[in-house]
Design a protein around this ligand. Structure first.
Ligand code: ARG
Length: 456
């Protein structure tokens, strides 16, 4: 097959090598954006009179037909035509004849592919933002139902202090809020037109870059044509923001997996988010949560892959850059699939409130309450800490808990201790008294939720 760049070549290309160099198997996903970019470019060629209107009109009609065919899945891409740009151009030739050759005036595949990627990522990031926003809404909904659901809060995976389950969920809300902000902030670096950078140095034709940027809906332009064709920071940033978001999803998944276990039994997932075992009839596995935790690995991998591709790459375009696409698509597909699955999983999961609360009934997560109580009576906190530590040790040796110690025994250790200590030691009291800003007190959690609802 005749190559669009074949003039300088004498030998025939070999198909197995061609296959290695081709990107059409994956960059065909950019077809819609490629046609959009070409339409903007050709309209600019007409406006600037670089190409006569009679020709540009034919090109516009041809591209429009190709777009229709694309929407009807009628375009057939071939490896011989290497990538999406050459495939579309070849198809345009088939539609309108040699005048199609005028489309590439003042343009290169280098600025073309960068433009496609910017358009694709702008669409994708906007979808991601919407999905995070939806997830945050569902989290707030769930948290609102569980402001007063008591659970043990953990540090080092050991019972630490009792907390509100709603408070715990709202911590994920905060993480996702930052994720959404990061994606939103990244838009300013995505919403930038490289079109008109040409191969690297700009062009001798009197092009109008502002006009093409405006037609494509870009907010601004790359200021440096060499940067315009070489920059992949906007993709790195997407992969990095996605990785950080996946860290959050994965941590939540890990907790759900623990909470579903026989040892915890804090929550139960609906059947649609679980699967059974082919051998063990009793199993109900939290597969979807495990998968999201697992997929986090590939999202990190895609970030590292592109970081490595870019390091040491001289300016300007190098074919290495073709390797920026599959990881980006894979990350986009992965996060766009994970977000709604996890959001719905949380939304529909059943919370075993009694089990959660019971987990705080027979433990020492109220030890801080006793220490704070003593400190409030004027005993230096360090000394109070020591006293309570010894009490905990003796409770463990006697197989009971702080709330089981008789008042007379307490008063032998510290005469300051009064009968009100038993209420102080209750999980609910411990929570209700943590009214510091952002703390786990039901009143504080309700305030967080109200603020979140306002922000959403
Ligand atoms: N398929 C190429 C890519 O994805 C398009 C740009 C090709 N440019 C070039 N000078 N060979 O990067």
């Amino acid at each position: 097959m005749e190559k669009l760049w074949g003039g300088r070549f004498q030998g025939e290309s070999e198909s197995w090598i061609e296959t290695f160099g081709a990107s059409i198997s994956f960059d065909q996903r950019l077809a819609k954006y490629d046609i959009q970019g070409s339409l903007a470019h050709v309209k600019m060629l007409q406006k600037t009179k670089i190409v006569p209107a009679e020709d540009t009109q034919k090109i516009i009609a041809g591209l429009t037909r190709l777009n229709e065919k694309l929407e009807n899945s009628e375009l057939v891409f071939t490896i011989e035509n290497e990538d999406i740009h050459l495939n579309i151009e070849k198809m345009l030739h088939a539609e309108i004849g040699p005048v199609a050759g005028k489309l590439h005036t003042g343009r290169s595949r280098n600025d073309q592919v960068a433009t496609d990627m910017h358009l694709y990522l702008k669409d994708t990031v906007n979808q991601v933002i919407q999905q995070i926003h939806h997830f945050r809404k569902l989290l707030v909904d769930k948290a609102e139902k569980h402001v007063e659901t008591i659970m043990p809060g953990y540090t080092h995976m050991q019972h630490a202090q009792p907390i509100s389950f709603g408070h715990h969920l709202m911590a994920y809300y905060s993480m996702l809020t930052r994720d959404q902000q990061r994606f939103e902030e990244s838009l300013k670096r995505i919403d930038l037109s490289p079109l008109g950078s040409a191969a690297l140095a700009g062009t001798t034709f009197p092009i109008d870059r502002e006009y093409t940027a405006e037609l494509l809906g870009f907010a601004s332009l790359y200021e440096n044509s060499i940067d315009g064709v070489s920059d992949r920071d906007f993709i790195l940033e997407f992969l990095s923001n996605s990785s950080m978001m996946m860290v959050h999803l994965s941590r939540l998944c890990e907790e759900i997996i623990l909470w579903c276990s026989h040892e915890f039994q804090f929550v139960e997932l609906t059947d649609s988010f679980s699967t059974g075992s082919s051998i063990m009839p009793q199993k109900k596995n939290p597969d979807m949560a495990e998968l999201i935790r697992g997929k986090t690995g590939r999202v990190f991998g895609n970030l590292f892959s592109l970081l490595t591709i870019l390091k040491g790459l001289p300016l300007a375009y190098n074919k290495d850059l073709q390797e920026d696409k599959e990881g980006m698509f894979d990350t986009a597909d992965t996060i766009l699939a994970s977000l709604p699955i996890l959001a719905e999983m949380i939304h529909t999961m059943h919370i075993n409130e009694a089990v959660m609360q019971n987990a705080t009934a027979k433990d020492f997560s109220n030890a801080t309450e006793l220490a704070d109580y003593l400190a409030n009576k004027g005993i230096p906190f360090r000394q109070a800490h020591e006293i309570v530590g010894k009490l905990v040790l003796s409770c463990i040796q006697n197989n009971h808990y702080l709330q089981d110690i008789p008042l007379s025994d307490y008063q032998k250790i510290a005469p300051e201790i009064q009968a009100d200590i038993y209420e102080i030691l209750e999980a609910k009291t411990a929570i209700e008294r943590r009214t510091s800003f952002g703390g786990t007190a039901f009143t504080q959690v309700s305030q967080m939720i109200n603020q979140a609802k306002k922000n959403l």
